[in-house]
Design a binder for this molecule. Structure first.
Ligand SMILES: C[S@@+](CC[C@H](N)C(=O)[O-])C[C@H]1O[C@@H](n2cnc3c(N)ncnc32)[C@H](O)[C@@H]1O
Length: 184
């Protein structure tokens, strides 16, 4: 009995590790969560971004759900949607958001997501992906949508305001399409 339990535990661990490694290999993005100071910066920037009372917020690549949970608690009247492609982090984020009425997560490639309802977007990805994400946002977002990029920024777009920690990259707020400076 204990041998079966041991084999199942090892098998499950291998499957989980392989599934995470495979999605990192395909997307080029690790499942690293935002740090607590980055989460604080995202919330502070969104608080001063004049979002509508019942804002719709998407976290593109929501990983383990860290930011989705924090945003849902910080903006109780908003709807916060995470989109995550990696199965195991997605399952954990489902558990973490289970008790939050204003949070949801989807197992999906965000390049296929409908983002037209978004009032705000957050993302913490990798530099190589940012040009395609920029194109995705250009095609899908209504003008004036607030976009927050953690650490890896959009080239050729104008930051409205940013917060910079001592030991890490900036967290920047854009008013999309962010071709010119707009006060947020
Ligand atoms: C660095 S983590 C950030 C997690 C979370 N947003 C946070 O701030 O804590 C980036 C996540 O994006 C996911 N990802 C990358 N490309 C994706 C895609 N096309 N669709 C959905 N998720 C994606 C990765 O699997 C990874 O979990």
């Amino acid at each position: 009995m204990s041998a079966i339990f041991w084999y199942l535990t090892v098998l499950l661990t291998v499957v989980v590790c392989l599934s995470i490694a495979l999605t990192v290999a395909v997307t080029g993005v690790p499942t690293l969560p935002s740090s607590s100071s980055e989460v604080d910066d995202v919330i502070a920037l969104l608080k001063r971004a004049q979002l509508p009372e019942h804002a719709v917020i998407f976290d593109l690549g929501s990983g383990w759900g860290t930011l989705v949970v924090a945003l849902a608690k910080a903006f109780p009247n908003a709807s916060v949607h995470g989109v995550e492609i990696s199965p195991f982090p997605y399952l954990i984020s489902r558990l973490r958001t289970g008790g939050l009425a204003n949070a949801s997560v989807r197992w999906e490639n965000f390049f296929r997501s409908d983002l037209k309802q978004a009032d705000a977007i957050t993302c913490y990805l990798m530099p190589g992906l940012m040009p395609s994400v920029c194109e995705l946002l250009d095609k899908n977002l209504k003008p004036g949508t607030r976009v927050i990029a953690n650490t890896f920024l959009f080239r050729g777009r104008t930051i409205s305001t940013a917060r910079q920690g001592a030991l890490r990259g900036p967290v920047a707020l854009y008013v999309w399409p962010a071709r010119h400076w707009v006060a947020a």
